[in-house]
Design a protein around this ligand. Structure first.
Ligand SMILES: [Zn+2]
Ligand SMILES: [Zn+2]
Length: 308
């Protein structure tokens, strides 16, 4: 009887033994944002992530496949709740003695679908929920509409619809964590570089106090370190500002969609939150809210370990 989990381990172990670097324990207790092949933009079977986590010493994974409530969204009815729940919970059972796997979700927040999101979450129990703003059809950030939208608009005007949705996500109280706070940097990069955001801290003047007030968790999303923006979502200074304002809860996620992105930038993300003044990451595990201590060595002078 074949056990895909154990086969995954065997394959990874074989590769490590043959490779120049071997297995590396990076002492990273949590990656709170990962997509599997149950997201339309990922092709990674969950057991591949689990095997990589075992190989690299990542103790806990939150699987957060996409869900759109807008029928125009790519993750509307892509994989139904029962399919996603079964895949993750069965993998969690297979790997229970080696890595903890949480059943999460990343829901695209849109004000006009807030009631549908609320209904969905009331009926479907997840271990952990991320609310994120994405550029789906109809959004001004839809690639087909973006050039015309940004033309003649200042940076402040260009980000306004995005941050309005972000504020809605925070104020909705629906989610544990806000995903990639300033993801709009990615779409606007050809027009407004990340440095323009750093020069305009007022862009964050509504979102950060709202996060602090509501107690919603700020995610430092390290996918940007492999994309055009080349800095985390949000940038380190924004995480520091959140802390200064009284922010209590942060977490770190790689937002991996491909196997080669597993753990990507995670160590950098840990360094960012440590330098912002945090010593633990937050995750919900169903009924239990948990603090995960960041091991020593991830700051303040940079990470002791290389990024995967
Ligand atoms: Zn996202
Ligand atoms: Zn994601």
């Amino acid at each position: 009887m074949s056990d895909p989990a154990r086969e995954g381990v065997a394959r990874v172990a074989e590769r490590s033994a043959a490779g120049p670097s071997g297995s590396v324990d990076l002492d990273l207790p949590l990656d709170a944002h990962l997509h599997t092949d149950l997201s339309p933009d990922s092709d990674v079977p969950i057991d591949v992530y689990a095997a990589l986590a075992v190989e690299h010493g990542v103790d806990e994974l939150a699987i957060t496949d996409h869900l759109d409530l807008d029928p125009r969204g790519p993750s509307y009815a892509y994989a139904d709740f029962a399919t996603r729940e079964r895949a993750v919970r069965e993998a969690a059972a297979r790997w229970a003695d080696r890595v903890a796997i949480r059943f999460g979700v990343e829901i695209t927040y849109q004000r006009r679908y807030e009631a549908d999101i609320r209904t969905h979450l009331a009926r479907h129990p997840y271990d952990y929920t991320i609310g994120s703003v994405h550029a789906i059809v109809g959004s001004p950030y839809d690639p087909a509409r973006l050039p015309r939208f940004v033309d003649g608009r200042t940076l402040e005007e260009a980000v306004a619809p995005y941050f309005d949705q972000v504020l809605g996500a925070i104020r909705s109280g629906l989610f544990d964590t806000l995903g990639h706070l300033d993801y709009v940097k990615r779409w606007l990069a050809p027009y407004h570089p990340p440095a323009a955001f750093a020069a305009a801290p007022e862009l964050y003047a509504s979102a950060l106090p709202a996060l602090v007030e509501t107690g919603m968790t700020l995610e430092v999303n390290t996918s940007a370190l492999r994309q055009a923006a080349h800095e985390s979502y949000p940038a380190p200074w924004v995480a520091g500002r959140y802390r200064e304002l009284g922010g209590q809860r942060v977490t770190v996620g790689s937002d991996a969609h491909r196997r080669h992105s597993f753990g990507s930038g995670l160590a950098d993300g840990y360094g960012i939150v440590v330098r912002a003044g945090f010593d633990r990451l937050w995750i919900r595990r169903g009924a239990e809210a948990a603090d995960v201590a960041i091991p020593p060595g991830h700051g303040p002078n940079g990470s002791r370990v290389p990024s995967l």
